[in-house]
Design a protein. Structure first.
Length: 248
C-alpha cells in the first residue's frame, strides 16, 4: 500500500537519521548526506559496520527523500507515494543506527546459553551437560578465575586421538586443550554488525565473549561463535528478543 501518510512518515524518519549522522560525525558545518555516508565508511564509529553493510540502501533513502521533497515543492502535492516496505526499511535503519543490536541482543535471539564449568568438574558430567544442552563451547574457571574456553568438538577429538574410553574418573584438567580455541573479550554493548570484522582478524578468533566492559575479570554475559555470527548476518533484520539468556 502507498499513501501520503507513508511519505510523511518516511520523511520524518529520514530527517532523524540525517541529524543523527551529523551528531555521530561531530559536524559543525553542513555536509551533504551522501558525503556523510562516505565519511562513516572510513571513520571508527559504533555504526560503521552497519553503514558498510547497508550503504546502498542508506544512499537510496537519500535519493528517495530528494524525489519526495522536490516533487512536493512544485505544487504542495506528493508526486510519488512511499510504500509500506520503504517505511519498514527506514524504520529498521533508524532503530539500528540510533540503538544498534548488541551482542547481548544477538545472543538472546539465538537463545544462546552461557553455562560455566570448573576445572575440577568430572569430565563425563561435563560431556553429558554439553550434549543435553546442545552447547559447543564452555567457559572454564578455577573458582572465580577465568581460564579458557572448552570446545566440545576439540575435547572429543582429543579423547579419540588418545583412545580414551572411560571418562568417569577424569576431570576437565585431565584433557587440557586450553590452546585449541581462540577467543576474544569485548564489551557487551558491541554491535552485532561488528562481528564479521572481529572474526576476520589475524588471530583466527572462534569465540567472542561479551562482558560489561570487555574484561575477562567480569561476569560473562554472552558468547557468540563464528557460526552464530553467520546466522545473525544471514538475516537483514534481527527478530525481536525471545527470552532471557540462561545461566548456571
Amino acid at each position: 500500500m502507498h499513501s501520503a501518510n507513508n511519505s510523511n512518515t518516511f520523511l520524518a524518519y529520514f530527517n532523524q537519521i540525517d541529524k543523527y549522522l551529523s551528531y555521530i560525525l561531530w559536524l559543525k558545518k553542513y555536509v551533504p548526506y551522501h558525503e556523510r555516508i562516505t565519511m562513516l565508511l572510513t571513520k571508527k564509529t559504533k555504526i560503521r559496520s552497519f553503514v558498510n553493510k547497508f550503504e546502498s540502501k542508506l544512499r537510496y533513502f537519500g535519493d528517495l527523500r530528494n524525489h519526495l521533497v522536490h516533487g512536493f515543492r512544485l505544487d504542495n502535492r506528493h508526486y510519488i507515494h512511499v510504500s509500506e516496505h520503504a517505511v519498514k526499511q527506514i524504520t529498521f535503519a533508524h532503530d539500528q543506527l540510533t540503538k544498534p543490536q548488541t551482542l547481548l541482543d544477538g545472543a538472546i535471539w539465538l537463545e544462546s546459553k552461557v553455562i560455566f564449568a570448573q576445572l575440577a568438574d568430572p569430565l563425563n558430567e561435563v560431556l553429558e551437560l554439553m550434549k543435553q544442552q546442545n552447547i559447543q563451547y564452555l567457559p572454564v574457571y578455577q573458582d572465580q578465575l577465568f581460564l579458557w574456553i572448552l570446545s566440545f568438538r576439540d575435547m572429543l577429538a582429543r579423547l579419540v586421538h588418545e583412545k580414551i574410553v572411560d571418562t568417569n574418573t577424569m576431570t576437565i584438567e585431565d584433557v587440557d586443550i586450553s590452546y585449541a580455541t581462540e577467543y576474544v573479550f569485548v564489551e557487551s554493548g558491541t554491535s552485532v554488525y561488528d562481528l564479521p570484522e572481529i572474526f576476520s582478524g589475524k588471530d583466527s578468533t572462534e569465540i567472542v565473549i561479551a562482558t560489561d566492559t570487555g574484561s575477562e575479570d567480569e561476569k560473562i554475559q554472552a558468547m557468540l561463535s563464528v557460526h552464530d555470527a553467520m546466522r545473525l548476518q544471514s538475516t537483514q533484520e534481527i527478530p525481536k528478543k525471545k527470552q532471557t539468556i540462561k545461566t548456571k
